[in-house]
Every structure is written in C-alpha cells, then in structure tokens.
Write a protein that binds this ligand. Sequence first.
Ligand code: PGA
Length: 240
Amino acid sequence: MKYLIANWKSNKTSAEAQTWFSEFEALLSTRRFGKDVTVVIAVPFPFVPVAAEWLKIWKSQFKTTGTQPVAVALAVQDLSSYAAGSYTGAVSVRNLEGFGVEFVILGHSERRRYFHETSADVAAKVDQAIQAEMKPIVCVDDPYIDEQAQLLDSGQKSQVIVAYEALKTIGTGNNLSAADFEKAKEEVLEAFGLVPVVYGGSVTSSNVSAYTTLAAGYLVGGASLQAADFVAILDRAFSE
Ligand code: PGA
C-alpha cells in the first residue's frame, strides 16, 4: 500500500475546509488512481465531523458501481496520550469514536518543537491509537529515529507507518535529495523493522517523482492546502 497524506496543520476555517472537499471531489471525478493508493487527509480536530460527513456521502456514491477514483481515509494530527477522563483540553481516542478516523499523525516535529512533546509522549499516543485501531503515522527526524523506536515494543513497531521528515526540509521549499532520503530510510528500517517509510518535507508535484521507488508515500503540508496542488501530486505520483 502507498499513502498520500495531506497535513493541513492549523490552517483553514470550517468554510474553507468544506470548499477544499468540494474542489477535491470535482477534481477526482474525472480521474482514476491505482488500487494500492490511499489518500489520507489529516484535518484539525474541529473539522473532523465535516470531513467525516463528506467522506460518508462521497463513498456512498460508489457503493453500487465500485468505481471509487481512489481510496480516501480520514486522519487527525495528534491525540491525547491519556485515555478518556479528566484531561482538560485534550482530545482522546474516545472523543473521536464514531467519526471513522483511521489514521493519526504523531510526533510531528512541530509538536516536538512548539509543544515540547517527547518521544515518550509519542509512544504513549501510539499506544492509545493502536488500542483504538487507528494507524499511527509516526514522524521522525534524525535525532529521534533510534530514541523513538526504542520506546515502542515490537508489536507496536510492526503497526506504524514512519514519516521521515528532516527539520530543514519542512515548509522551506528545500526537499531532501533522493540519496539522502535513501540513507535515512535505511536508518529507519534498522530501528523500526520492516515498516512503510513515507517521505515528508516540501513535497510538490514537481519533486515527488524523485522518491517514487524509495518511499511508501508522501506527507504533504503546504502543497496540500489547495486541492488542485494536492491532486497534482496525486496525478504525478499515482496516475494509472
Ligand atoms: P511541508 O510540510 O510539505 O510544508 O514541508 C510537511 C510536514 O510538515 O508534514
């Protein structure tokens, strides 16, 4: 399976989120992609109901014909490291029950940097996600590869997708060379075992092809904010 993951971060109003889904749907209507591709859309928490509703209606159109242009799944960008309970302001897996959230981005460098999240916190969140049958997309940069892997047991490691994102490449327009990604991927595989390794860091439709044979997919920030830019990446990477 290959993944194209949109990370909207803290962008968009609710109205803009709805516009994105309408544009995305219109763009997909004339396209078809491989069956081994899943598009994962990681929205801010308040848009989970809107996204879930859109996805339900969109999927229902293809129920009888089975001709869905591409598999689409819903994700969030963080989770509470605690189960449901008295944790004011935190969003637990229980809060998300019933919305069909299938993936969760954990340990993004912006969480580590601005919210002082540690690899131990990320490990606790991975545990929460797995218990709730959500697939964790664990983000690592070089300083965290070994540390993060060591804090997960082998069962947990076998269930994660790892997104390798070097800090210097995030939101800078300076994507990593394919050779440097290949080296990093080897380190990830050594630490985590045989996990899917996704590339993230300034991915656009112009550079995505560089990673085709190496990456299990792409984590896209800036270029996911406009539906047209995001679908251009989908076209370039996964057109049949
Ligand atoms: P970028 O962000 O595509 O804007 O570099 C990627 C990410 O932070 O996940």
